[in-house]
Design a protein around this ligand. Sequence first.
Ligand SMILES: [Fe+2]
Length: 135
Amino acid sequence: MSNRRTFLKGSFAAAVAAVLGTGSAYAADTPLFGSIVYTQDNPGRWAQKEGSHAPVITVAGNKVKVQTNHPMSEKHFIVRHTLVLADGSVLGSKNFAGTDPDAISQYDLPEGYTGGLYATSFCNLHDFWMSESKV
Ligand SMILES: [Fe+2]
């Protein structure tokens, strides 16, 4: 199981690195955006749904709040959030159920961290979304 986790973490980090490139901003014009990973600026086939699916990142001190402004119901809901640092390390994640009142997760930044933050949000009907922020 740990090999699988290591592989998945490495794969995710590699995918993020491939998509994001070496700069601080992701390359939103790559084919992956709008077809596999959806963003506020590239919602692809889910245009008009970005406001309720792109996760919102709020930083206050060393606390990070990720919120997806999406209605929650047993048939249609946000399944999971994950927060990833610029080096690909996963800071944390949270699973949700359709019975949860909202899709909000909170994380503690490592002491003194500066750099990129990448929040993902997965909707059971409208796929995988990502937002970027910096601290
Ligand atoms: Fe949705």
